[in-house]
Ligand binder design. Structure first.
Ligand SMILES: Cc1cc2nc3c(=O)[nH]c(=O)nc-3n(C[C@H](O)[C@H](O)[C@H](O)COP(=O)(O)O)c2cc1C
Length: 158
């Protein structure tokens, strides 16, 4: 059974709702999900214990919010030890065209620098689920699918 971390930053709850849906998807696919706010993720060395790592952030000025960037920067402690773990990203922004895709890609860049494997999506949000403000059912469904897909791939690779 794959063990997947879903870590998020959320000030007003939108990204948190998405994180919970991602966790539901992991569990639906038979995996173990830990859904944690970045403030509660503890020492970065614990990242090596997961088969998959999915990160979510609100868009802040077109990219990921500082607390999630800080989480990524601290993950240098395990640089080189996350190779071939499976990753993913999701985002909530304030307005359509407000930078959701650039935010998701800014998170995925960090995961790729770790040597992680990240899936794309051919029929839905191509880089990962995005919501405008409070996630609607379309966004929550894409979040569940992200959790399912990362769990599926992590099961195959690990
Ligand atoms: C400092 C700050 C910067 C923001 N920058 C953007 C932005 O560039 N584009 C955008 O669409 N929304 C922006 N927003 C709005 C948030 O992305 C949006 O409200 C989001 O849904 C908040 O997610 P949360 O409820 O998980 O905190 C910004 C909000 C804050 C507080």
């Amino acid at each position: 059974m794959a063990k997947i971390l879903v870590a998020y930053y959320s000030k007003t709850g939108n990204t948190q709702k998405m994180a919970e849906a991602v966790g539901e998807g992991v569990k639906k696919a038979g995996g173990e999900a830990e859904v944690l706010s970045v403030e509660n993720t503890g020492d970065p060395s614990s990242l090596v214990n997961y088969d998959g790592i999915i990160l979510g952030s609100p868009t802040y000025y077109g990219i990921l919010a500082a607390p999630l960037k800080d989480f990524l920067d601290k993950s240098i402690k395990v640089h080189g030890q996350l190779e071939e773990k499976v990753g993913g990203a999701f985002d909530s922004c304030g307005i359509e065209g407000g930078g959701s895709e650039s935010t998701v890609l800014s998170i995925l860049q960090g995961l790729l620098v770790h040597g992680m494997v990240v899936p794309g999506f051919s029929m839905t949000g191509h880089y990962g689920p995005v919501a405008t403000g409070k996630p609607d059912e379309r966004a929550l469904s894409e979040c569940r699918k992200l959790g399912e897909k990362v769990n599926y791939l992590a099961d195959k690779i690990s």
